[in-house]
Design a protein around this ligand. Sequence first.
Ligand SMILES: [Zn+2]
Ligand SMILES: [Zn+2]
Length: 232
Amino acid sequence: MKSFLEKGINFLFPVNCCCCGGELKLSFNGSLCSGCSGSLEIINSAGCLFCGKPFKEFYGIHNCGEIKTNIDDFYVAGYYSGNIRKVIIEFKYERKKYLGKLLGQLLNDLYLTRINERLDLIMPVPLTGERKRRRGYNQAEVLARELSNFSGIKMKKRILIKTRETETQSLLKKSERLKNIRGVFKAKKKLFGKSILLVDDVATTGATLQSCSGELKKSGAEKVTAVVVAHG
Ligand SMILES: [Zn+2]
Ligand SMILES: [Zn+2]
């Protein structure tokens, strides 16, 4: 039997694992049961400098057909599959904003294990105001905030903005994605000499992150490092 206090806490905080639905113990302050969190496939890999596809043995651009990149380093925590995908879907589409903490922690682990250098600013890939209102939050901004809290690097969310709504990238063919997103991001401040950590949840073709990075570079950024939770 659950105590009154337990029931109260269970009401206020999520008590089911977001992957398997199993009940979480009160003492476990995560969002996943220990079984599911143990089976998250974390690779913390460097990725193709254009699309982010994880590399096993080499570094550069893979055969995604693109030869010019605005991104200097690209890192991914895992593949968009299995439990990582489940957590991202719950976080992004089921309004489970609290899962941002767990995913932000994955990004911080990635930062600590792979990046290992002091960067000036963290920036999220922006949404338009309208899209953000509909979803309730910008998932990339939640991740960037968590990563900022963990790492101590300042987060700026108002410098890079999205100027108009675009078609959802995932509904477009690869060849259309760059065109769809070109020129929609604007940096509202000069960023001379700054090194920037650009954050998003998922990369597929890399088109959105490339477009953002191109704009940051145009505004004077010296280096852009992209980090995403998953590629796929
Ligand atoms: Zn579970
Ligand atoms: Zn690639």
